[in-house]
Ligand binder design. Structure first.
Ligand code: MTE
Length: 335
């Protein structure tokens, strides 16, 4: 049986999906017999908005943008502690070449993402905390110490960008949440709005998107909640109003459109780990010497350039994070 699915970031340009990987997908197995999978595939692809063609997507007009009430907060002061080893990627590329499966699996979802309502936006902070709470995103922003940081992002698909992110240290949110000492992990959850984000109608994916960090990772100085880029509020396609930036990990850890932070005593099952446990794990630290099961991670395509560069261990951020993993060598730290 040949079922061919083009799934955006999971595939470097040249790779196809082997049958065994496809069959690993729990949701798909749930769908039943091989025959039903074959019959279901075209409809599911349509629901996931599989790349019609870039021309067709370009022809759609985006919903008119409503003003972002946080616009007055930007630009914020750059923290010079975090430096780049390369040029900042042009803004027009970072905002038009995206992964946001909620809006489809092509890279050109930016217009579709404009449909996401970002106000009111309530964030739930709960689980193992002193006092669970819900807070509007603008109230949260008013309490957080905003700054700008230059970080690179390395996608598991072997492309990379370098971005001026605005936002606040995740540690500031952790301190605000007052987790109990029994909290060992932070679970983060994306919105669930299938009528707006039509990719969420693709039932073989375990929506909503979930990501997680250990408490030590969440408190690490690099872990950042990004609320803007290029001195402006975060565009919807890049994860407005709140998205994670953990530059030493593959980009799929950088969850977008966060509505909930839950403190837990057990490791959360993350979205891509649930979809493909043989290929994606909880830790997902960048390592050029540990290939993805279907492609090398030794180098990366720099978006906007016509060359590749060598990928670095922990994406070059080892001085900040390598200590987090001492004693954890038996874990699958690099997938
Ligand atoms: N967050 C959600 N909710 N949904 C997604 O599909 N894709 C991830 C990550 N965060 C994704 C997500 C992946 S695979 C990558 S590489 C980055 O977002 C891409 O971020 P960017 O589009 O801003 O470059």
């Amino acid at each position: 049986m040949l079922v061919k699915i083009k799934r955006g970031w999971e595939l470097p340009e040249s790779a196809a999906t082997p049958e065994d990987v496809f069959h690993d997908r729990r949701r798909f197995l749930k769908a039943g017999s091989a025959a039903s999978i074959l019959l279901a595939a075209p409809a599911l692809l349509a629901a996931c908005d599989e790349a019609p063609s870039q021309v067709a997507e370009a022809a759609e007009s985006p919903a008119p943008a409503e003003p972002d009430p946080s616009a007055k907060l930007y630009p914020v002061k750059r923290n010079l502690r975090y430096r780049l080893d390369r040029d900042i990627t042009p803004e027009d590329l970072v905002t038009t070449y995206n992964n946001y499966y909620e809006f489809g699996s092509s890279k050109t979802i930016w217009k579709k993402a404009q449909a996401l309502p970002i106000r009111p936006w309530t964030v739930k902070i709960d689980g193992l905390v002193e006092k669970p709470l819900e807070i509007g995103v603008d109230d949260l922003l008013a309490r957080m110490p905003l700054e700008e940081r230059l970080y690179r992002l390395r996608c598991v698909e072997a492309w990379s960008i370098a971005v001026p992110w605005s936002g606040f240290a995740l540690k500031a949110l952790v301190d605000f949440a007052q987790p109990l000492s029994s909290a060992k992990y932070l679970r983060m959850e994306t919105f669930l709005m299938p009528d707006v984000a039509r990719g969420q109608k693709a039932s073989w994916y375990p929506w909503p998107y979930i990501e997680g960090l250990t408490m030590a990772e969440a408190r690490n100085e690099l872990a950042f909640i990004a609320t803007g880029i290029y001195g402006k509020p975060m565009p919807k396609q890049n994860g407005s109003p709140l998205r994670l930036a953990v530059p030493w990990k593959y980009g799929f850890k950088s969850i977008k459109g966060i509505v909930r932070f839950e403190f837990m005593d057990r490791r959360p099952l993350t979205f891509w780990e649930e979809v493909g446990p043989k290929e994606y794990g909880f830790w997902a630290n960048v390592n050029p010497e540990v290939p993805h099961p279907r492609w090398s991670q030794a180098s990366e395509r720099v978006v906007g350039k016509d060359y590749r560069v060598a990928t670095q261990l922990f994406n070059g951020y080892g001085q900040f994070v390598a200590d987090l993993y001492r004693g954890l060598e038996t874990e699958r730290l690099f997938m």
